[in-house]
Design a protein around this ligand. Structure first.
Ligand SMILES: Cc1ncc(C[n+]2csc(CCOP(=O)(O)OP(=O)(O)O)c2C)c(N)n1
Ligand SMILES: [Mg+2]
Length: 278
């Protein structure tokens, strides 16, 4: 369910051949037309030999020049069109993140907390290499994003660390802002502020469950950041990035907290997909 969208990523007319060295694995999770019990590498090389060896520039199957160009030109999520749902007082989290992708230096580490928001930085903030992506979701606990970002910033002072947090996770680990300030880490914190444990709202809301314990009153997180000794900016629309640009221009003496008031009419698609299995 996690990697194939409950099998939907394989088209209904697709023939699936599964190779696995364990016979019991064949067809265990996905119906297959043909199973091969054997070593994956050996099998792949044998099939490659049958198909005529290395590509010589001519089209082989779907590996056409046109597809190569599409992958080169459209592989980034930000190149996929979407309907911007920003309104007067709230920015669409996709628009927010694409704008930040343009503003933040390419040499960056993106550390991601957990929640409904977490796909936005993962999808729309590019990173220079695998070391540039720090993902705490393996532990399934919210509130670890800021601490991971602190570790990243200490480990790689040559890069700008960007902590991307939900408002719930940010407030859960907010005491670590004191650590960021005390250590003088010149990092950016982006808080996707939907005034809620959004993941819970979108999980339980459709079933009619009461949501009063998972919705929060508005919090001025930029001001909370200033209280800890950070610079703080509130972003409600694309016209609000001036102070971010100014901070990036230097001297970056204090960490920057961006309180992004984001739209939240519905859950993110990856969350909706995950909850189909719950
Ligand atoms: C310590 C802990 N408590 C509760 C949860 C359940 N949980 C998963 S996502 C989430 C909401 C996180 O809210 P926020 O950080 O604001 O992100 P959002 O979902 O609103 O984008 C909660 C409570 C968890 N994963 N870990
Ligand atoms: Mg939230």
């Amino acid at each position: 369910m996690w990697t194939l969208r409950h099998g939907k990523l394989i088209g209904p007319d697709t023939d699936v051949v599964q190779v696995d060295h364990e016979p019991d694995a064949i067809g265990a999770h996905q119906s297959v037309q043909f199973g091969v019990t054997g070593d994956v590498g050996v099998t792949a090389r044998a099939v490659s030999g049958l198909m005529g060896g290395e590509p010589d520039g001519s089209d082989i199957g779907y590996r056409s020049a046109a597809l190569r160009d599409r992958i080169a030109g459209e592989a980034r999520w930000r190149d996929v069109p979407y309907d911007d749902e920003s309104d007067d007082g709230r920015i669409d989290p996709r628009t927010l993140t694409v704008a930040l992708d343009d503003l933040l230096p390419a040499e960056r580490i993106v550390a991601v907390d957990s929640g409904n928001f977490m796909g936005y930085p993962s999808m729309f903030l590019s990173v220079p290499d695998a070391d540039g992506f720090c993902f705490t979701q393996a532990y399934q606990s919210i509130g670890l994003g800021l601490a991971s970002a602190i570790g990243s910033a200490i480990a790689r002072p040559d890069r700008l660390t960007v902590a991307t947090l939900g408002d719930g996770g940010a407030l859960m680990g907010i005491s670590e802002l004191e650590t960021v300030v005390r250590l003088g880490l010149p990092m950016v914190l982006v808080v996707y502020d939907d005034e809620a444990y959004g993941a819970e709202v979108h999980h339980f809301g459709p079933d009619g469950d009461p949501l009063d314990t998972v919705r929060f009153p508005p919090a001025d997180i930029a001001q909370i950041g200033r209280g800890f000794g950070c610079d703080g900016v509130t972003v409600r629309g694309t016209g609000d990035f001036g102070p971010v640009r100014k901070w990036l221009d230097g001297p970056r003496e204090r960490p920057l907290v961006i309180d992004a008031k984001v739209t939240s009419q519905h859950g993110s698609w990856w969350l909706e997909e995950a909850f189909r299995g719950h």
